[in-house]
Write a protein that binds this ligand. Structure first.
Ligand SMILES: [Ca+2]
Length: 483
């Protein structure tokens, strides 16, 4: 949804040079609709960074580099005639390779922005920022560092066009209750967000803390992985927990930290129970897939069948599942993403085929969980697109939201399947970041004030925009009425 236009640039609008040394009232002019305002980096307040001029093609009188320690930053003071949303773009040069920067608005919510490797100057969308009336600060903070920054550009955002979400699930044999859930989700998409929490125990923690219970509970099939069962026996209660939440009227999501089928190092540094990490196993997905008659391929299918057994227990209990396998594949830190997108996508298709066609699981709504286009397994096997975001500040995560809208052509609903910090509903509305649900990770996040203050959680869980368990009790009826 990059709405960056060059129209504003070409039409000769006044570019504002701001400096923290000058009161902004002397330089800021009213920003009209459909106009862009440019703020030169070299005119902003520099902390640990420096003005440079050796790379040609910059705008203004120079650019800023020297991002080499974590606190290095540029502070732009920007102004808006009213409180409103702007598209932010950054002109930079990534001549030292792929980098990231962090943008912090008014010392609050931070957004991570990728700055892909470039030969020279390039402009990248940095999402949207909600400016207050009057002065605001935008800090561009080091993060990975070693990039060059020419200017930032702010353009008043257009309203988001209506969504065009697909009416049917990818599995034509989906069960009635699964279709009802999907129809219900479509009915709230863009209007409300489902509150969600990883693990039943932490959902119940929130009930005590906020007086409200999450609408959605996510459980992890990790401990059903055969290589874990071989060490510890069958200790998981994930399926029982999911049924408990469903029985009280809730919605269930399931992920799977798939402990590698074999090849666990099981060393003090990488014990057997960390076997879903790339670093903890020599299980080679690409080599396994290349040899369908090999032992490792057989073990791969054995594991899928073991998980199918658990998903069938949910099917038998009438539970539709927001099923999120192979999560965070694009990160590469889990073995299913370690061999690149082709292998990960092939495994996803194998999973889809095995669970849908061989096992006849008709209760799964397929949730993909990476943002990058080259990792996307295809619209014919994905119902909902999602990502995991770990950024403090309780922000709206609008960059990732817009990327996912684009990934799914706005035909797939978009979910924040794992977050460190629950988003503030007022910001979600202002940014039109229509996440279908958010789901906060458990220990260390939901109960950690650095990520989620108790007051913030109470505010979120009692907000009109946020659906909690008591407010979704009719989801089957509402869904059925849509069909
Ligand atoms: Ca410049």
């Amino acid at each position: 949804m990059a709405r960056l236009t060059t129209r504003g640039l070409l039409s000769g609008l006044a570019f504002l040079a701001t400096t923290a040394l000058l009161p902004l009232t002397t330089t800021a002019k009213p920003v009209c609709r459909d106009t862009s305002t440019k703020y030169e980096a070299e005119s902003a307040l520099l902390s640990g960074t420096e003005i440079l001029t050796s790379l040609p093609g910059f705008s203004g009188t120079g650019y800023v580099g020297g991002f080499d320690t974590s606190t290095d930053k540029i502070t732009f003071t920007v102004s808006s005639p009213t409180t409103r949303l702007y598209d932010l773009s950054i002109r930079y040069a990534g001549i030292y390779g792929d980098k990231k920067t962090t943008v912090v608005l008014n010392s609050g919510a931070s957004t991570e922005v990728s700055l892909p490797s470039t030969d020279s100057w390039s402009t990248v969308s940095a999402g949207q920022v909600l400016l207050n009336e009057g002065e605001n600060t935008l800090e561009v903070v080091n993060n990975w560092g070693w990039y060059l920054l020419d200017y930032i550009l702010l353009t008043p955002s257009s309203s988001r066009p209506p969504h065009s979400i697909t009416t049917s699930l990818v599995n034509p044999s989906s069960s009635p209750v699964t279709k009802q859930l999907y129809a219900y989700l479509r009915s709230i998409y863009g209007r409300k967000i489902l509150s969600g929490q990883q693990d039943l125990v932490w959902a119940n923690y929130l009930t005590t803390l906020t007086g409200k219970t999450p609408a959605l509970v996510a459980v992890d099939l990790m401990d059903y992985s055969p290589s874990r069962v071989s060490y510890q026996g069958n200790i998981s209660t994930a399926v029982e927990d999911a049924i408990t939440h469903f029985t009280r009227g809730g919605i269930v999501s399931v992920l799977w930290h798939w402990n590698a089928p074999t090849g666990l190092f099981d060393t003090p540094e990488n014990p057997w129970w960390s076997g879903f990490y790339t670093r903890a196993t020599d299980f080679d997905l690409a080599a396994t897939l290349a040899n369908p008659t090999g032992t490792n391929y057989t073990l791969l299918i054995r594991d899928i069948d073991a998980i199918a057994y658990q998903l069938k227990r949910l099917q038998s209990a009438g539970v539709p599942v927001l099923w999120r396998p192979l999560h965070e594949a694009e990160g590469g830190w889990f073995w299913w993403g370690a061999k690149g997108p082709a292998a990960a996508k092939e495994l996803y298709h194998i999973l889809y085929d095995r669970l849908t066609n061989h096992h006849g699981l008709d209760n799964l709504i397929w949730v993909w969980n990476s943002v990058a286009k080259e990792w996307y397994p295809g619209g014919e096997v994905v119902d909902i697109v999602s990502t995991d975001v770990y950024a403090q500040g309780n922000g709206p995560m609008s960059v990732q939201y817009n990327e996912l809208v684009e990934l799914g052509n706005d035909k797939k609903m978009v979910a924040a399947a794992e977050v460190g910090a629950a988003p503030r509903p007022d910001l979600l509305v202002a940014y039109e970041a229509h996440w279908l649900w958010f789901c906060v990770w458990g220990d260390g996040f939901v109960n950690n004030g650095e990520w989620n203050g108790e007051g913030v959680l109470r505010e979120i869980y009692n907000h009109d925009y946020v659906l909690t368990l008591d407010e979704i009790q009719d989801w089957k009826t509402i869904g059925a009425a849509q069909l």
